[in-house]
Structure formats: structure tokens, C-alpha cells
Design a protein around this ligand. Sequence first.
Ligand SMILES: Cc1cc2nc3c(=O)[nH]c(=O)nc-3n(C[C@H](O)[C@H](O)[C@H](O)COP(=O)(O)OP(=O)(O)OC[C@H]3O[C@@H](n4cnc5c(N)ncnc54)[C@H](O)[C@@H]3O)c2cc1C
Ligand code: FES
Length: 276
Amino acid sequence: MEFKITDKRDLNSEDYLIEVETRHIAERWKPGNFVILLLHPNGERVPMSVQKAEDGRISMFIKKLGKTSIELYEKYQVGDCIDHVIGPLGNPVELKRYGNIVLASDLVCGHAENYGMAKSLSTIDGNHVISIQSFPNKNEVYPRDVLAESVCHEYYLTTLDGSYGLEGHYLDVLRKLLDKGRVDIVFAGGDIAKLRDLANLTKPYGIPTYVTVRQIMVDGTGMCGSCRVLVDGEMKLTCIDGPIFNAHKVSFDEVLRRLARFQKEEKEAMEFYRRK
Ligand SMILES: Cc1cc2nc3c(=O)[nH]c(=O)nc-3n(C[C@H](O)[C@H](O)[C@H](O)COP(=O)(O)OP(=O)(O)OC[C@H]3O[C@@H](n4cnc5c(N)ncnc54)[C@H](O)[C@@H]3O)c2cc1C
Ligand code: FES
């Protein structure tokens, strides 16, 4: 099977969009599902969220972070093929009437999910979808056509330095919406430490809050145990029990600790890639 790249472009100085032909996944994907990419037989398997699935293709937003994400950016062009795209994996969000839904994101993976969830949830009667997306500054804001603005009912864009949109983080906008009683449920993805702050913010208001947990994955099908996470004191696997979990029950400190456990090896893999 061929997984041909049909689009690739910069979103900002660190993130890029890649679109891949994969009819099988595009027809089955639902918001919340993720995929795993394997560039070539010697490559590493990297999980990615999906922004949208249309016409037999899926689009992803990817951060140039380490060996695989940089190799894909530097060595693969439109028309080239990726060895494997595996999915859809994980559990999708339940598409139903929730009322006032806030979707919040501040990082590449969260922005992809924000768009995908907004597009589907906003078509359901009785839902009012409020999307909040945060970027570091004006220069790092994504192009308009990939922002969730066009697929939600109410939209807020923030920059941390106030150079575009509202000044601050999505947490600042959310706090005001909570105070006005305008939130029935929150879904968020992105920076894990900020997701921990989000959980602490919404808990006293008693607002159900769900977050996409990123953890280091290998097989993505529940076999290796690499992606385990503590939820309400119980061990869960991010790939098959998640990746979306109740934020008020996730042990974020444990997530952060486990995410950092291969930093030495990741640095070495990057150095090896650069030497080749
Ligand atoms: C469910 C899920 C959805 C994700 N969605 C996106 C997305 O939409 N866009 C995006 O840019 N990134 C996403 N990620 C993170 C992405 O998988 C990592 O950034 C990627 O694996 C980094 O690989 P690398 O070789 O480029 O960098 P490396 O140098 O190998 O790793 C850099 C950092 O990425 C994380 N990471 C590394 N390997 C893995 C792995 N196998 N599984 C999970 N995390 C890993 C670790 O925190 C690590 O410190 C997602 C992760 C998960 C679990
Ligand atoms: S990635 Fe192996 S159990 Fe989840």
C-alpha cells in the first residue's frame, strides 16, 4: 500500500502541515482518533493527531522536534511516499449534544484536534462550540484556513505577548467564560503542564473537562505498556484506553515524568541523523 504525500506546507517557524493519501483511514477516522507514522523500515513509529480527513486523505500538523519529525520535513516532498500510516487508533470523542463546548489548544497536536472536534461537534443540534487557540506571538499564528475559526460558532485567538488577538493564554479566556457560566464541558489538548493548570481551574467550577494525553507510544495497540498513565490511581494505556481522559483524574506529574524518560536517546538519535 502506498501512502503518498499530497500536500506539505509551513504553518509557522516550527510546525508544518502534511497531507497523506490513505483512503482506508480517512473513511474511518473520527475526531480524537490518532495515527502512527513509520517513514521507512528503519524509522521510529510516531503518533500524530489528525486535523481532518477528506477525499481519501488525512492532514496532520507536525512540530519539528526531533529525528523523525525533522527527517519527514527535510527529506519527504509532495509526491513521495511514507512506508506506513497505521490507524485510526485510540477512542474518538463521543459526537453528541453537550451544550456549550469549549475546545482549547496551545500546541501543534492540540490545534489539529481543536479543528477536527470543532468541525464535527458544531454540526450537532444544541451544541454551541467555542474554540480558543493560543500561540506564542503574531509571527507564529497559523494561516487562517487551518484555524478552527471557520468551523466553530465562537472563536478566540490569544498570543502570549499580546501581539495579535487577545493577550494571554487560553486559560485566561476560559476563566472569564467560566465566571459567566457559559461553559458546560471542556476538551483541550497541547502543553501537558497547561493541561494540569486547566484541570485545577475547572475543578472548583465542577465543569467536566477532558484532555488528550500524549505519552510515548511504540505499537499503539496496547501491547508494549510504554504509554501507561495513572488515571484515578489506576493504570491505563493511552493508546487503547485514551488518548482522551477526564482531566480531573489524570496524574499529570507522572505523565510529564514518563514523557521525558528517553531524552538522552532522542538527543543521540538526532545527532546520528545529522552526521549521516
Ligand atoms: C496521541 C498523540 C498524538 C500526538 N499528536 C501530535 C501532533 O499532532 N503533532 C505533533 O507534532 N506531535 C504529536 N504527538 C507527539 C509526537 O508523537 C512526537 O512529537 C514525536 O514522536 C517526536 O518524534 P521525533 O523523532 O521527531 O522527536 P524525538 O526527539 O524522538 O522526541 C521528542 C519528544 O517527543 C515525544 N515523543 C518521542 N517519541 C514519541 C513517541 N513514540 N510517542 C509519543 N511521543 C513521543 C517525547 O516527549 C520526546 O521528548 C502526539 C503524540 C501522541 C501520543
Ligand atoms: S503504545 Fe504500546 S501499549 Fe500503548
